[in-house]
Design a binder for this molecule. Sequence first.
Ligand code: ARG
Length: 463
Amino acid sequence: MAQLWGGRFTKETDQNVYMFNASLGFDHKLYREDIRGSIAHATMLCEQGILTEEEKTSIIDGLNGILQDIEDQKLSFEPQYEDIHSFVESHLIDRIGDAGKKLHTGRSRNDQVALDMRLYTREEIFATDKELRELLSVLLSLMKDNLETYMPGFTHLQKAQPTTLAHHLGAYFEMFKRDRMRLADLYERMNYCPLGAGALAGTTYPLNRARTAELLSFTGPTLNSMDSVSDRDYVIEFLSALSVIMMHLSRFSEEIILWNSNEYRFVEIDDAFSTGSSIMPQKKNPDIAELVRGKTGRVYGALMSLLTTMKGIPLAYNKDMQEDKELAFDAMETVQHCLVVFTGMIRTMKFNSDVMAKSAMRGFTNATDAADYLVRKGVPFRDAHGIIGRLVLYCIEQNKAIDELSLRELQEICPTFEEDLYEAISLKTCVEKRLTIGAPGPEQMKQVIALEEEYLQTYPALA
Ligand code: ARG
C-alpha cells in the first residue's frame, strides 16, 4: 500500500478497510485532469517564487512522462495506490525525487479532487453538446425533406388532427435545443476554479488563484474555500440536464417503437440498427430504441443517488463525496452513447410516407376541419360540432371516411354541405391551412426551419 499519509499511524490499515476506502478503481478516469491540474499548480507555484524554475521543469516533465506512459499503456493503475492523486504523486516522486515532494505545496486532495471533477465534468458537457448538435442537424435535414409527408397527430394516442412528419420531428428539435441551452447555462455557472481552496480554509502560501484559473481556462477562481471543496452542484445540475435529455430520447424511442410495430408500420429501422430473434426468424426488433428507453432509468438513478448522497453532508469535505463518481461517470458515458446510436438510427430509418398519409386519412383527423367548414357557412361552432359528431357515427357504421361519403349522404345529415367540402377537408388543405407560427403548414414551417438553421449556425458546439 502506497499511502500519502502514514506518519501519524502506528498500525497497517485493515485490508478490507483499504479496499473499501480506495477509489483508484474508478477515479483513474481522472488521470488527464489530475495531471493537467498539477501542471497548472506547479506553473503558478513557480511564478510565485514557491518553486524554482528547475523544480517546476522537472515536475512538469515528470508529469508529462507519466501521462504519456499511461496513454501508451506502459503504466497501469496498480491497486496499491489509494486514488488517482496518490498514484500520480507517488509515481512522480519515484521518477524525479525531492522536487516531486514539493508539488503538493499549498494544495490538499480536497481541492485537487474538486478541480479534477470539474475539469472532467466540463469535458463531458462539451462532448454531450457535440452529440446533441449532431442529432439536431440530422433532425433538421429530415424536417426539410418531409414538409409534405402527411401523418396523423395524436392526443391520448388517438388520431386527432393531421400534421406532417417535419412538424412532428420539429417538436423533438425544440426539446433537444432546450437541452443544449441547459448545458450552456450550467457550464457558465460551473466554470470556476476551486484549486487553492486547500483542505477547506485556503492556505498561507501566497498562491495566485486567478492565475491557476486562467491556466486551466476557467472564468475565475471560486470565492469561498469551504464551498469550493464541498460543492458538487455542477455534477447534480449536469446529471439533471442528462436526465432531461434521456427523458426526451426515451419519449422519441417509445414513438419509434410504436411506429415500427406491425400495426403502425410508419417506419422501418435500418438492418444496421436493429436486431433479430434467436427463435423467431421473422423478427426485426427495435432493440436500440428499447435500450435507450431502458437506460433512462439508470441516468435518473445517478441523479437521485448523488442528490441523496449530498443531502446530509456538513461543511466542508467529507468522504461521502467520493461517491459522486461511479454513477456520474456511468451516466455521462451512457448518455453520449445513447445519443450516438440514436442519431445513427434516425438518420438511416425509412419513413413509410404512404402508410402515414393513409393513416392520417382514416380516423377522422379532418373532423375539426369539417366543423370549421360549417362555421364558415354560418353554422354556430357548437352546432357544427354536434353535426360532425353524428356524421362520424354514421361513417363508423358505414366504415368510411368523411370524404368518402357521397354529397347526398352528407346533405342528409346537414343540407349546408356542398361540393366544396371535399376540397376543404382534404389532407393537403387541412395541413396547408394551419399557418400560425409553430403549426404544420409547410409555408410557415419553412420559416421555422430557416430560424432553426440560423440557430445551428449561431451556436456551434460548446468548447
Ligand atoms: N478519493 C477522494 C475523493 O474522491 C479524494 C479526496 C480525498 N480527500 C481526503 N481528505 N480523504 O473524494
